[in-house]
Ligand binder design. Sequence first.
Ligand code: PLP
Length: 385
Amino acid sequence: MIYLDNAATTPMLNEVLDEMMPYMKDNYGNPSSIHKLGRQANNALQLARKRISTLINTTGEIVFASGATEANNLALKGLTNSMKNKGNHVITSSIEHDAILEPCKELERNGLDVTYLPVDKYGMIELDELESAIKEETILISIMFANNEVGTIQPIKEIAEIAHKHDIVFHTDAVQVVGKIAVDVQALGIDMITLSAHKMYGPKGVGVLCINNDLKIEPILHGGGQEDQIRSGTQNVAGIVGMGKAAELSIQHMDEYTNHVTKLRDHLIDSTSSEIRFSKLNGHPTQRLPSNAHFTFLGVNGEDLIIKLDENGIEASTGSACSIKKQKASHVLMAMGFNYEEITGSLRLTLGIQNTIDEIELTVSKLGIIVNELREISPYKYKYT
Ligand SMILES: Cc1ncc(COP(=O)(O)O)c(C=O)c1O
């Protein structure tokens, strides 16, 4: 099997699992207990916090949650609740993951005002448009670091500068970025950042919201007051240990990870573009994740392509796993101005550190054959032969 769906989830590294195992068996203490087993579990949480803080270079508070979906909900609802006396306007982009868009809709249902910024054909927001959208009442800007479908990386430092010039909090969903390229929260001026363990070779069901120490966040879950009163609920100790280990491995191997995946991506893009006719790379040509290649193959249905690739042992995707579940057309490609045919023919191939150049070559050759076969039976055959 060739796994090219690393934006949906990454395989867990052996070292990560090895470090988690004792916390699923013998070290089963509750980190809030004051006895030895409890202290052991608490120490493990503190080590994970330290490793994650080092990975993203922050002195802010690391709050563990059940994943990035919860962390994003906490960022949006927690911050707007705590600042409701200051204002009621939030700015985000039209290409965010549903884990931002859906809580934004909930904010709107609760009477807040949300602006969804448009993007250009590469999936990039326009800084002038961001600045013009700011109002007296704006309290939060939440723009994703890089898009999960097309891989476009936003100008994060510039967005943070605009936010701070107007005394607005800046949050970014960096799920697709952290562990793939170096992220320096302090240098970039990020106030709140969301991470997910299972997108960086760690376990599923663990996420982080890192919050600048000056900010106050209202909890969205009420209970025992764990995670410094911000996120109640007994922590997923083994999962958090795994995320901490994944962070440590990322710190140690960051250049190696980035260089390897970039080399694979460039080879994939170059050979697909030269060998498969009527193919088009989507997303930004340079400001893109090292792990992302997103194409349109005109005259082909992307879902047929996924099925045929799967039959040939290649795991790929048309876009976000969540959008597929909801059976809706990609809101990201629509926001980028794609027409029906371009959206239908899209394929996302996302790379990980475990992939090899041989896998990429095999994928491109199989892809070429499958695209030709599908075009043969397409009603648009006359256009693409
Ligand atoms: C950009 C982005 N944000 C949030 C999420 C949700 O992450 P989780 O599965 O940890 O809830 C995803 C997962 O696909 C994502 O790609």
